[in-house]
Design a protein around this ligand. Structure first.
Ligand code: SF4
Ligand code: SF4
Length: 241
């Protein structure tokens, strides 16, 4: 006699759970299978990436390859709107249009990062259409456009032309997902460490500056000290509108 599903649940709950778990796995597999990707090398991402987060993995790679110094001019700290901080490649300001004044092109210039969110990566050569640091490109570029948030995978750029392209093997997908997970882990490590390191370094810099100032003050003549007091007093006086 055939057993009903209900009976089965009453008699053997574990078996039903297993069936449900299998069903969930099948759905998850089906969802995974829907994501296909093959980079078309259109380079749109390098042209509009905005700030690119850097991780310890990237720094370790550059150190191993002896190229850390090459990256230093492009690194900056990004204070994010949510209060967190990231180490990033700071995009260069856009090339001025005809008739426009030349903007500050120093990566440490004072253009707010919010104005550079859509700008090209500073290490992309537009004329030659190539990444200047391909072998040393950050982890974030290796997983793009897939990201992992600790729970789910998300596509961060739905306009990426590589999405939906055929030709992705199961191994390719597995590797991409592993890289996205690795990126999440490395970014988390960096986001935990960076505020602590930044505070320690700022404190150290501040203490060194104070010590230098005190040393300089102790070497001043009485006349110079009186002049300095005068300057400071004037600076504190209310200024006319
Ligand atoms: S990841 Fe997407 S946007 Fe970037 S180069 Fe490949 S296809 Fe183009
Ligand atoms: S580092 Fe290279 S791959 Fe990454 S965004 Fe810049 S140019 Fe593109």
């Amino acid at each position: 006699m055939e057993e009903s599903n209900e009976n089965k649940e009453n008699i053997d709950g574990n078996e039903v759970n297993t069936e449900k778990e299998q069903e969930k796995e099948d759905i998850a597999e089906e969802t995974k299978a829907k994501f296909t990707f093959k980079c078309t090398r259109c380079d749109n991402c390098c042209l509009t990436r905005g700030p690119i987060p850097i991780t310890f993995w990237d720094i370790e790679l550059w150190a191993k390859n002896g190229v850390v110094a090459n990256f230093l001019p492009y690194l900056d700290i990004y204070h994010k709107p949510d209060g967190g901080i990231d180490l990033i490649f700071k995009p260069l300001p856009p090339t001025p249009k005809e008739g426009e004044e030349e903007t500050q092109r120093d990566p440490f210039g004072n253009i707010p990062i919010e104005d550079l969110l859509e700008e090209k990566c500073p290490l992309y050569n537009k004329d030659q259409k190539e990444c200047l640091v391909y072998d040393n490109r950050p982890l974030s570029c290796r997983t793009y456009p897939l990201e992992f948030d600790g729970k789910n995978f998300t596509v961060v750029d739905v306009d990426c032309p590589g999405i939906g392209e055929e030709g992705m093997s199961k191994e390719d997908l597995k590797e991409m997902r592993e890289t996205a997970k690795h990126m999440f882990y490395e970014l988390t490590r960096m986001r935990i460490s960076l505020p602590v390191l930044s505070q320690i370094i700022s404190q150290k810099v501040m203490m060194d500056l104070m010590r230098q100032n005190m040393e300089a003050m102790s070497k001043m003549s009485d006349d110079d000290r009186t002049k300095l007091d005068e300057i400071l007093r004037k600076e504190q006086e209310p200024q006319p509108d």
